[in-house]
Design a protein around this ligand. Structure first.
Ligand code: CMP
Length: 152
């Protein structure tokens, strides 16, 4: 099982798309093991997007991600990091394939609705940025036997 950090970004909250997008993750069979709404501060933005802080687009990215609340979630599932990234589609909504979340709902590179960790190291780092370990609520849904074979 893998865990990945998801942010439903301010455009997702403002456009009232959170329910639809959370449903896509639930429908896929991923477990929500943590969820909360918060306002990203400039300090948290710089920590989260540390690799982008020196890039020309960073000031706009920080202004956007701090402009309205986000919903932070930890999703758990088999190969969850890759599976969720593929569900999101390409970074730009203009390039994301139809059927992906960004392909279906976004027409922007910055306002691309959802952030997801891009690898195991990023997932561990980002989960600990947004959640204390006591805020994670792992459980075994009773429908698990109907989502995958026992040896998968
Ligand atoms: P995200 O998956 O949250 O990771 C970094 C974010 O930076 C990315 O989604 C986009 O929202 C944003 N981003 C990446 N590249 C650019 C760019 N060239 N111009 C503006 N925003 C970008």
């Amino acid at each position: 099982m893998e865990r990945t950090l998801i942010l439903l970004k301010p455009d997702c909250v403002e456009r009232r798309l959170c329910g639809k997008i959370i449903s896509r993750f639930e429908d896929k069979g991923l477990n929500i093991v943590a969820l909360k709404m918060l306002r990203v501060t400039p300090e948290l933005s710089k920590q989260h997007y540390a690799e982008h802080v020196s890039k020309p687009f960073y000031p706009g990215l920080e202004a956007f991600i701090t402009a309205s609340p986000v919903v932070a979630m930890v999703l758990e599932g088999l190969e969850a990091i890759r599976v969720v990234r593929e569900m999101l589609g390409a970074t730009s909504g203009l390039k994301a394939a139809p059927g992906t979340i960004r392909g279906d709902y976004s027409s922007s590179r910055q306002m691309n609705l959802v952030h997801a960790s891009d690898g195991p190291d990023a997932a561990a780092r980002e989960i600990s940025l947004y959640f204390k370990s006591t805020e994670l609520c792992p459980y075994s849904p009773c429908l698990t036997p109907w989502l995958k074979a026992g040896d998968e």
